[in-house]
Design a protein around this ligand. Sequence first.
Ligand code: HEC
Length: 130
Amino acid sequence: MKTKFTLSFFFLGIFSLSVMANDSDKTESYPPTSMPDDVKAVIQNKCFGCHNTDSKNDKAKEDLDFKAFADLSKMKQISSYKKINEVLGENEMPPKKFLDHYPDKKLTEDEKKVLMKWAKAEAEKLVKGM
Ligand code: HEC
């Protein structure tokens, strides 16, 4: 009885460790800002593949690198948030050519709203803090 008890604790421990390890893998790739989970999920799923430091898409990462975002000056962050809002408002991202091949990467209306609201609020926060 006692070994069974200990054993189940052992497995519970392993299980939670692996869950934690998974979690940190995911968040590691993001700037240490307080990005809400819903925003993070959309960016990870629909933007991050091109817009990160290790992306093979040079043009995309030059324009916007979510991994290096926190290192940008405040001015640059503000202008990036504005750009994000612009491209989303115009349905320019993800790029149309890419969506022809991966239609499931198109933003839903809800996802678009989540991102635009977030980018606007973040830009305003930074402006106020200046
Ligand atoms: C398939 C790759 C790809 C994906 C996915 C993608 N982008 Fe882009 N993005 C690009 C490229 C390439 C550029 C460079 C501009 C251009 O040539 O169109 C760019 C440019 C941008 C710019 C800068 C525009 C400017 O005028 O400076 C912003 C902002 C942006 N993307 C936001 C996003 C957001 C937000 C998402 C997710 C909803 C996203 N992108 C998804 C490839 C991508």
